[in-house]
Ligand binder design. Structure first.
Ligand SMILES: Nc1ncnc2c1ncn2[C@@H]1O[C@H](COP(=O)(O)OP(=O)(O)OP(=O)(O)O)[C@@H](O)[C@H]1O
Ligand SMILES: N[C@@H](CCO)C(=O)O
Length: 320
């Protein structure tokens, strides 16, 4: 993450008062993540400290944001360990700070597991399936804004920055994904609200127990299989080589399937969706790299990682 917009102590204190979350005692910019401005916030409420996260949305609009915030609230109400956006006295959960849309959520406990074991992967698989099923009755609809239409729109923008072989790969993969999306097997994929960014840095664990899933700001209605593939591509690979880790993948998939068994169409299209997940994040990392935004703090991600993963997923398809 970054701090693109600096928030003063007084501004943060005023918002927290409006949300009846106590008196601000600490405000600290967060380095993790790259998309939005995030601050850790501590207040004193009834004589006790309480921890929150203040997010200012740098790209998403106040028309797009209600879907994400209400999806988080819906999942929290279904017992999933996700942030629950704080409402003001009028019941609004979307606020404004320095003219930007903003939200305040409870800070979830735990830490990220960046070198996950098969047991961590099983917990993620089961939680992902529970989120998919819990979101089936979520009333709002918004597409995955970083889905195929965005890939088609953004590849031409990053193309001039690529080598000949990179350009060939990204264009051939984009053509392949458009072909898959037009297939009857793809049309048969079960779909609903998905997280679409369930990387290791968006999940928290405490003493081996999964205690938090956050960063729903790339969520949208898409195939559940795409969400599963994004997860496998980050939790079940050798990060240096980009190669598939069969043991962790088996653990994640078995735990997911124990909650919601995969359909025949999903089993057939898993290799294609693993490639789609790698393509999606290669594109977004290239976009962030070549069209950077001014930031006070920024730790950008390396696009070549997902180029490597895509080449791997193409050379050695993962089949079920
Ligand atoms: N509800 C929360 N509970 C605990 N920590 C949180 C919470 N929300 C955010 N964080 C912390 O803030 C960091 C940045 O949050 P997040 O990942 O949402 O950033 P972003 O820029 O919005 O997204 P992205 O990671 O997609 O770039 C996280 O890595 C985590 O350390
Ligand atoms: N999880 C993404 C960053 C937010 O989209 C990545 O690692 O590229």
């Amino acid at each position: 993450m970054a701090v693109y917009t600096e928030v003063s102590f007084d501004e943060a204190r005023e918002l927290l008062r409006q949300l009846n979350l106590g008196e601000l005692t600490a405000l600290r910019g967060i380095e993790g993540g790259i998309e939005n401005t995030n601050y850790f916030v501590t207040t004193e409420q009834d004589g006790r400290p309480a921890d929150y996260v203040l997010t200012l949305f740098e790209r998403l609009t106040s028309e797009q944001l209600p879907f994400y915030l209400h999806l988080m609230k819906h999942l929290a109400q279904h017992g999933l360990p996700v942030p629950d956006p704080a409402a003001n006295r009028d019941g609004d959960i979307l606020h404004t700070v320095q003219g930007k849309p903003a939200a305040v959520v409870n800070r979830l406990r735990g830490h990220s597991e960046l070198a996950p074991t098969p047991a961590h992967c099983a917990a993620v698989g089961a939680t992902l399936a529970r989120m998919h099923l819990a979101a089936r009755d979520f009333a709002q609809h918004q597409p995955n804004l970083r889905g195929l239409p965005w890939w088609n729109q953004t590849v031409p923008v990053v193309l001039p920055h690529l080598s000949t072989s990179q350009a060939a790969l990204i264009q051939s993969e984009l053509a392949y994904q458009n072909h898959v999306a037009a297939s009857s097997a793809y049309a048969a994929l079960p779909r609903g609200p998905v997280h679409a960014d369930l990387f290791r840095d968006n999940v928290l664990f405490e003493t081996g127990v999964l205690t938090g899933v956050f960063d729903f700001y790339f969520a949208g209605v898409d195939s559940w299989l795409f969400d599963l593939a994004v997860c496998l591509n980050d939790w079940c690979i050798d990060v240096q080589a980009g190669t598939h880790d069969a043991a962790r993948a088996a653990s994640l998939l078995a735990a997911y399937a124990a909650v919601r068994p995969l359909t025949a169409a999903e089993r057939q299209l898993l290799p294609a969706m693993l490639r789609a997940g790698a393509l999606r994040f290669w594109i977004s990392r290239l976009w962030d790299q070549h069209l950077p935004r001014e930031a006070a703090i920024l730790k950008a991600h390396d696009p070549s990682h997902f180029e490597r993963v895509l080449r791997e997923r193409t050379r050695h398809p993962v089949t079920l």
